[in-house]
Design a protein around this ligand. Sequence first.
Ligand SMILES: Cc1ncc(COP(=O)(O)O)c(C=O)c1O
Length: 400
Amino acid sequence: MRGHPLIYFDNAATTQKPRAVIEALHSYYEHDNANVHRGLHELSSRATEAYESSRQRVANYLGAVSADEIVFTRGTTESINLVAQAWGGKFLRAGDVVLLTEMEHHSNLVPWQLLAERIGARLRFVPVRDDGTLALEQLEQLLTPEVKLFAFTHVSNSLGTINPVAELCRKARAVGALTLVDAAQSAGHLSVDVQELGCDFLAFSGHKMCGPTGIGALYGRAEILNALPPWHGGGEMIVSVTLEKSSFKKAPHRFEAGTPNIAGAIGLAAAIDYIEQIGRPAIFEHDARLTSYAIERFAELPGTRILGPGVDPTLRTAKRLQEERGAIVGFVMKAAHPHDLTTFADRRGLALRGGHHCNQPLMRRFGLPGTTRASFYFYNTTEEIDRMIEILREAARFFG
Ligand SMILES: Cc1ncc(COP(=O)(O)O)c(C=O)c1O
């Protein structure tokens, strides 16, 4: 890359794709391509079988009770919009509250703003502490019976914070609120079991976990999904149609109008197979090792501050760091704006991301225009982190 070996530290935006995933897409298009569900010919049966077994693969991966609890979507953003429109449109009333947190990605914020405006509902936010964790001591005041849904991220894409999902779901359930977990940054990195977590909805994107772009899923508890109206109308999702009226299939097909992303679902199943061969505990351990190493090495850089938990060396233990922080290191360097730093790094083959990371309210909370972010995955190494530190030291001299 620009005459240097590529170091890809932009995994929170999207990961690279294993050959097995690319080959699964290739093989589907070359040997089995047809539309699903509608055809009575061999190719269509094969495509349908592959598409529906991918759904089962996702269900197993998330610990869902049944494949009927998995709706294929374009990704996290579309999954959250589905819940906001289908569930919110039917069950939310004026004055009801949706509880969010200050660390939400815009995709777990804007759909709720649109819904709240349309219905006259209110939004409330769990604040973020200076150390990048949620102010859980305020939860009791915030989680009142007016809260109908608590939607929050599992792992923050800017701070790296791992939120205590099971505890948050338990507390929400105690006041009768449903829960939606944004697993965009966790599904490919740590074990995510919807029954253990006790959530009602969970959203993730395939492309952040070795899969293709344009595919992801929404998990929804069966009785809740089946109580929701469709949100998009069209073919594939109906039982019968007259000129005036239609009746709809059960979940999940009622939410999948039109020709779905068949190849994407097949590629996602291949990505899941790949991840499970390595094992999520091993990936998580590797993440923790890289993150801990990066945090230690960053301490050598003058005028640099890392956001998020586990940074204070007096409080840091390997165990705490692993419990509290995913493989994301967002930082600010006094000497340079994140965009300049990212461009400087790019010239040396290092892919970082600079900006607000779709977290504008969170950046405002920390009084920053943005940060520079390094995010790791299982194919990254400590040697690459050494090289990053070298490049950043060079940048500090150059801009300073
Ligand atoms: C925490 C979080 N939520 C949601 C999203 C949106 O994911 P997508 O763009 O794949 O829908 C992202 C993407 O960066 C994210 O990091």
